[in-house]
Design a binder for this molecule. Structure first.
Ligand SMILES: Nc1nc2c(ncn2[C@@H]2O[C@H](COP(=O)(O)OP(=O)(O)O)[C@@H](O)[C@H]2O)c(=O)[nH]1
Ligand SMILES: [Mg+2]
Length: 245
């Protein structure tokens, strides 16, 4: 799970390096252009991208790879270390504070699972989260969230006859520091879902709106992020299923 504005482009970059016939100076430079593009598309500051990219190139091309390591392996290692380091430094993660978090995304993207992980994250850091079951579209969705709530040891609010009602009731009754709102998905962002999410956003007024995207959707991520952003103003992207494929 990566909690920041980040697409799945990096996965493609690493795959490309692994598949390249020859890794030489020209190849490194060409790959670094892909890396820059990926970071810029994720809204990373232009100067930071330039700095990071220069540092990686200088390390990879300016030094001999450690003994027994090919340039390909060294490049992958340096790139990986630098990016992990960079993401860690960027304050892109969730803050440990009282807040309302709305989780949105298409059907099966991993919203409900992600809510469980975030709830656990808060709980192990001493803050009590509550879960709000605003997915009334799929019959089993609320039960799934309840099972997750039980496993993590947090309360699940599900009283109400529609998503907006349920959200309102939770806002009125919940005593928890953090509220995580689950929402319904669809195969595509259709009019019905758009309307529902917009209303939820207006009622909840969340500090964070996280868009959940599975890593394997590739190029479609950008369009989806734009559509959801226009609708509810997303503040972060969670990439799921990174370990697959
Ligand atoms: N491998 C893998 N599977 C995941 C991940 N997140 C969710 N899933 C699975 O994807 C399916 C859909 O997840 P769910 O949270 O119900 O998606 P939702 O419809 O967006 O709420 C479930 O079978 C989850 O176990 C992940 O990070 N990795
Ligand atoms: Mg769900």
């Amino acid at each position: 799970m990566v909690l920041d504005k980040f697409g799945s482009g990096l996965k493609d970059v690493f795959r490309k390096i692994a598949r390249m016939g020859v890794v030489d100076k020209k190849a490194v430079e060409s790959i670094m252009q892909d890396v820059q593009r990926t970071l810029l598309m994720a809204d990373v500051d232009v100067e930071m991208v330039a700095e990071l990219s220069e540092r990686i190139k200088k390390t990879v091309l300016g030094e001999q790879p450690p003994k027994g390591m090919s340039l390909r392996e060294y490049f992958i290692k340096v790139l990986y270390d630098e990016i992990v380091n960079f993401l860690g430094e960027e304050k892109a993660g969730i803050e440990l504070k009282k807040q309302k978090i709305l989780v949105v995304g298409l059907f099966g993207s991993g919203k409900t699972t992600t809510i469980g992980k975030i709830a656990k994250w808060f709980k192990t850091r001493g803050m009590m989260p509550g879960l709000v079951a605003c997915d009334t579209h799929r019959p089993a969705a609320q039960t799934q969230l309840e099972q997750i709530g039980k496993a993590v040891g947090v309360h699940v609010y599900r009283e109400g006859k529609n998503p907006v009602d349920i959200a309102k009731n939770a806002l009125k009754n919940a005593k928890e520091d953090v509220l995580l709102f689950d929402s319904a998905g669809r195969d595509a962002l259709d009019r019905e879902l758009a309307e529902e999410l917009k209303r939820l956003g207006e009622i909840i007024k969340p500090e964070e709106v996280l868009l959940v995207i599975p890593a394997d959707i590739g190029q479609a991520a950008r369009k989806q992020a734009e559509e959801f952003n226009k609708l509810v103003g997303i503040t972060g992207i969670v990439v799921t299923k990174l370990e697959q494929g």
